[in-house]
Design a protein around this ligand. Structure first.
Ligand SMILES: Cc1cc2nc3c(=O)[nH]c(=O)nc-3n(C[C@H](O)[C@H](O)[C@H](O)COP(=O)(O)OP(=O)(O)OC[C@H]3O[C@@H](n4cnc5c(N)ncnc54)[C@H](O)[C@@H]3O)c2cc1C
Length: 377
């Protein structure tokens, strides 16, 4: 590779790197997205695709407000991506049934219900009969508190990431795959990005390397307890089961109905595990939960078993900040990266282009992550 100079390089071609690259390319900037792997391997491609702007929150916070703002982008974005790329990201306005999995988790779910219902009176507590009706008799109601969130919605995360990739290419973004970024050096006004296939030069760099971001930022003295949380999922097909709403348990187990009689079933949480592929324990747990909550899926065909690593910070809040002049970090979106990606792309591209941080990002600084992490210890 000879000397190539870009306005902006994003390191990592997951939904964060792609959303930012798309937004910057639409503004006319010369952008490259560099990824060490072939497309399709990491969290953005494997995710459930739930847009949990309500399901994931129990109190008001800057992240809750950002999630609600990002949720609103999906309908127009799905149309735009279909027109630009021909890829249907399967945006659906379907709802979610959330059930407590134990007596102990009931109080927390009830508190979440009070909070969500105060914002949206369509969020309703569910009786056993209502669970049976909403689930077309396929869901086994538990003995504990349950609620219905009718409008969180979902997309097909795999198709969404594919569409963002196609859109980036359409808008002139250069994609550099199978190229690992080894180090980022400041050189005069620019950055020299040392990669496994040669150097790349850029005026600005955004580290969007998901759970691996801090490896690249260590030389810039960004110490944090950020890590990865591996999640394992299975894609099942069972034409006899008809389900519109997602079933979500408070222990993190879920069944998401997808198109063509398919069900994405997930997900384990293995802290600090960066490996890929399904473990025996993970698969056993998923089947145990399936049989407990939707036994008719027992005879489903297993189309795929896979995993991804969620980028985690100790406060479960993303970090979106400028590390030093022109070098940004955008990571830690944990369980909500798909949901948060449209707003992240738009806001970060504005900051990278103008040099001015949008006010809504004031709460996602490295400093705040450090302070809050200490507070959480
Ligand atoms: C099982 C599972 C279910 C999920 N369900 C949902 C859901 O329902 N809703 C939701 O909103 N979110 C969900 N998430 C979370 C969401 O998938 C993540 O938050 C999001 O994909 C993170 O995107 P990212 O771009 O930061 O990281 P990634 O998608 O991990 O992308 C990072 C990229 O960086 C590349 N990279 C790393 N290091 C380097 C390097 N040195 N050089 C070059 N490239 C590098 C990697 O190859 C990778 O492609 C789920 C995640 C998992 C695992």
């Amino acid at each position: 590779m000879g000397i190539i100079k870009f306005d902006v390089v994003t390191v990592g071609a997951g939904v964060m790197g792609l959303s930012i690259a798309n937004a910057l390319a639409k503004k006319g900037l010369k952008v490259a997205v560099v990824d060490r792997d072939a497309p399709g391997m990491h969290a953005s491609w494997k995710a459930g695709g739930m847009l949990g702007a309500q399901n994931e929150f129990s109190n008001d916070s800057p992240l809750f407000r950002l999630a609600k703002a990002s949720r609103r982008y999906f309908e127009p974005l799905s149309t735009e991506l279909l027109e630009t790329t021909g890829i249907d990201i399967e945006y659906m306005e379907t709802g979610l049934i959330k059930m407590a999995d134990s007596k102990e988790s009931e109080a927390a779910l009830d508190r979440q219900f009070q909070f969500l219902n105060a914002h949206n009176d369509n969020v309703k507590a569910l009786s056993e009969k209502e669970i049976l009706n909403l689930g077309n008799q396929f869901i086994t109601p538990g003995e504990h508190f349950a609620m219905h969130i009718p409008d969180d919605g979902q997309v097909n995360a795999n198709k969404y990431t594919k569409a963002l990739t196609a859109s980036a290419l359409h808008h002139g973004v250069t994609r550099i795959s199978r190229t690992e970024v080894i180090a980022i050096h400041r050189e005069g006004q620019d950055y020299r990005i040392k990669t496994s296939t040669g150097d790349i030069h850029a005026s600005k760099v955004a580290v969007t390397a998901g759970a691996w971001s801090q490896n690249l930022l260590a030389p810039f003295r960004i110490e944090s307890n950020a890590t990865g949380v591996k999640g394992e999922v299975m894609l099942l097909e069972q034409p006899e089961v008809r389900l519109k709403d997602t079933l979500f348990m408070t222990n993190g187990f879920y069944i998401i109905p997808k198109r063509n009689h398919r069900f994405l079933v997930g997900a384990t949480s293995r802290f600090g595990d960066f490996s890929s592929g399904m473990t025996k324990e993970g698969e056993t747990w998923l089947w145990m939960e399936i049989l407990k909550h939707m036994p008719r899926l027992k005879s489903a065909d297993v189309l795929m078993k896979s995993s991804g690593v969620r980028p985690y910070t100790p406060t479960e809040t993303p970090v979106m900040d400028e590390v030093e002049n022109g070098l940004f970090v955008v990571s830690g979106h944990y369980r909500n990266g798909i949901l948060l990606s449209p707003a992240t792309g738009i806001l970060m591209s504005e900051w990278i282009e103008t040099g001015r941080r949008p006010a809504i990002l004031n709460d996602f600084t490295i400093e705040r992550m450090r302070k809050n992490a200490m507070h959480h210890q």
